[in-house]
Ligand binder design. Structure first.
Ligand code: SAH
Length: 670
């Protein structure tokens, strides 16, 4: 049965774009106490995972708002008491209220920046969006930016990382699924705020972020083997950040080589690179598995926060204790058949194990295989993925606990992000910021990575934020751009792929979806969202009036991927059928005859005086608009930045305007 969407369901699916963009901030509670404030909040009603709150008294006294009743939730009693119930259950709180009032309301609830929600304040006129609290870790700065883009408001961000145009050190690893470890995060952040040199020692995880730092950043990256740079000179680091699977800091013993010699604030991130290979006897308890892992990690100074997942033999896929252990920690359990495990060379094979399960190693081989799973990113890299086995197998039993556990730990080259990637296919319109839809602006601002042709990346520069991975590729490498975007999304990032105009009209949306189709995409992972943009034919038409008022079509004259005979057939059909025609890709340096043939075809069916508009670089600083006729238009410069619009038999010009009447009965009065 085909279901025709009700207004409500159509509305919801239309606005799903916002759901994905705001996902990292949900659940969100938004609160207003005045009718004006409530009106501002109405603009966010469509975001899934947001609840809008008003005092009951306001709703009952305001008939206009009452009409929107279904959108709002109401509370009775004081906002102070109500807020206490929202505080621990929401990731973000958005107030449309005086900042002073908000400060007083949240003051008794504030505990710790690691656990407090993001607090954002919108002024009642909707001109400013203030990130009040939880700027970095809770994401209030970014939420304020996104809300400001929706409202056309100015975000007010006062954190020091914004001044330095740097990614916040305490959120740096979030896109890659890194876990925040121990350390003096406040001290490290303070050093960065002073723009003091900060040493980064990265022993694991992706270094992609390092390539996208702004000029003049304060980070020092000591060469491998040179971990302790000279101290006491102005260049000596004032703080240190470890990016490592090891536990850190003087409180926990670490290998001698990694012991810092200089008492400066330190903190560490743990990329999830460790795969724990586990073999166990049938019926081994979760407690024993848990204790065994803890024991092994402590003994080797490894952090459990660096665990990517657990690997074992497929016979253990239903082993209760193991399944529960993984479930509790949200770790994936990768199971391999004996035939796969037996092919892995291991340091400690066992004939007994081989006799029992058909492979001489479970723990070591599974750990290594788990860590070797080649991701699309590894596949793109020229280096083969390196896997090491920092912990060979240990067998652990314990009095009073059933069973026995064998544990080995392998380290993958690439971290497991544990995130579902997203591909946001966006069209940025013809080339001026205010021609980009707010939804696209928000998607670009929120993406972890932005990929596009360098000219388009330049156009959206004001929307980019510190810490984003921005990859500009030459115009010719469209397929590579699509593959790269998919690889980054497969890895877990939210990737915005930029096209000019509309991304689905001779743009990247088709390429990315085609490529996903070839790769056997399941339609869900990565999540795909297509965001429309103003295409060149609309942009060009708007510069000359209303040439598209009647039926029209778009034809690309590029015969690089389409045989010329097909294009010619369409030109003839469009000319015969009297469509207004927009010619995309009309002429390049090497492709010059196509536009001439197009003119000859149209001259057969239309008057020589038919209006033709030649629009070059619409809405860009070097825009040129020419209005001419079918007989004469080839006298004017035409290139790949140009769109040619050919009117129908009733199109006409009036001073510098082209008008196509609504019908064929001549201009009517309405
Ligand atoms: N996805 C784009 C089209 C890409 S094909 C869109 O929807 O607009 C590239 C062609 O689009 C160019 O050769 C030119 O014909 C046209 N084009 C793109 N931007 C343009 C602009 N700002 N002004 C005029 N033509 C433009």
């Amino acid at each position: 049965m085909v279901q025709t969407g009700s207004r409500r369901s159509g509305f919801q699916s239309l606005l799903r774009a916002f759901d994905l963009i705001f996902q990292d901030f949900q659940p969100i509670a938004a609160i207003a106490t005045t009718p004006i404030g409530a009106n501002q909040l109405l603009k966010f009603a469509q975001i899934d995972g947001i609840t809008l709150w008003l005092p009951n008294s306001l709703l009952s006294n305001s008939p206009a708002l009452n009409a929107q009743w279904s959108v709002f939730h109401t509370y009775t009693g004081s906002l102070k008491n109500h807020l206490a119930t929202l505080w621990n259950t929401h990731r973000s709180l958005v107030f449309c209220l005086a900042t002073g009032a908000v400060v007083r309301l949240i003051a008794p609830l504030l505990e710790d920046k690691a656990s407090d929600p993001a607090v954002v304040v919108i002024d009642e006129t909707g001109q400013f969006v203030l990130s009040l609290c939880g700027g970095h870790q809770a994401g209030a700065d970014q939420l304020a930016r996104l809300i400001a883009l929706q409202l056309g408001a100015t975000p007010v961000l006062t954190g020091s990382a914004n001044r330095a145009a740097l990614p916040g050190i305490d959120v740096l690893g979030v896109p890659f699924g890194w876990q925040k470890g121990e350390g003096d995060w406040t001290g490290v952040s303070a050093a960065i705020a002073r723009h003091a040199p900060v040493q980064i020692i990265q022993e694991a995880g992706s270094t992609l972020w390092q390539k996208h730092l702004p000029d003049g950043h304060p980070f020092q990256f000591p060469a491998t083997g040179n971990r302790q740079p000279a101290t006491g000179n102005p260049e000596s680091p004032q703080a240190r950040v470890w990016i490592t699977p090891f536990t850190q800091l003087p409180t926990s013993p670490r290998p001698q080589a990694l012991t810092p010699s200089h008492p400066i604030p330190e903190a560490c991130w743990h990329p999830r690179v460790l795969w724990v290979g586990i073999g166990c006897e049938r019926g081994t308890s979760k407690t024993l598995i848990q204790q065994a892992v803890q024991q092994v990690f402590q003994a080797h100074h490894l952090s459990q926060r660096a665990i990517a997942g657990v690997a074992t033999i497929d016979l253990k896929a239903d082993e209760m204790g193991l399944v529960e252990f993984c479930h509790e920690h949200h770790w994936p359990l990768r199971c391999f058949p004996a035939e796969a495990l037996r092919t892995v060379p291991v340091p400690n094979p066992s004939a007994i194990v081989e006799a029992e399960v058909g492979t001489p190693s479970v723990a070591e081989a599974a750990a290594l295989l788990g860590a070797t799973q080649v991701s699309a990113l590894d596949a793109q890299s020229e280096q083969p993925a390196e896997v090491s086995l920092p912990v060979p197998k240990h067998i652990i039993r314990q009095a009073g606990e059933a069973g026995a556990v064998t544990i080995a730990v392998a380290q993958a080259q690439q971290e497991y992000t544990g995130r579902t990637g997203k591909l946001w296919l966006v069209g940025i319109g013809p080339g001026q910021l205010d021609q980009i839809t707010p939804a696209v602006q928000t998607a670009i601002a929120q993406a972890d990575a932005v990929i596009g042709y360098s000219l388009y990346i330049d156009l959206v520069k004001p929307l980019l934020r510190p810490g984003q991975i921005v990859e500009a590729l030459p115009i010719t490498q469209e397929r590579q751009r699509a593959e790269r975007a998919i690889a980054l999304a497969d890895w877990g990032l939210a990737v915005a792929v930029i096209s000019s105009g509309d991304c689905g009209i001779y743009g990247m949306a088709g390429l990315v979806l085609e490529q996903l189709h070839i790769q056997g995409w399941d339609g869900h992972t990565p999540e795909v969202q297509v965001f429309p943009g103003i295409t060149a034919l609309q942009a060009a038409a708007s510069r000359v009036g209303a040439p598209l008022m009647h039926d029209f079509c778009a034809i690309s004259l590029s015969d690089l991927l389409t045989p010329w005979e097909v294009i010619e057939k369409r030109l003839i059909a469009a000319a015969q059928a009297d469509f207004v025609v927009a010619l995309y890709n009309p002429k390049s340096q090497t492709r010059t005859h196509q536009i001439e043939t197009a003119q000859q075809i149209f001259l057969k069916y239309r008057d020589r005086k038919t209006p033709v508009a030649i629009v070059r670089s619409a809405y860009r600083p070097d825009e040129q608009v020419t209005i001419t006729t079918l007989a004469e238009f080839l006298q004017f410069p035409i290139d790949m930045l140009t769109l040619v619009l050919i009117g129908n038999q009733s199109s006409r010009t009036h001073t510098r305007w082209v008008i196509t009447p609504r019908g064929y009965l001549g201009f009517d009065a309405e």
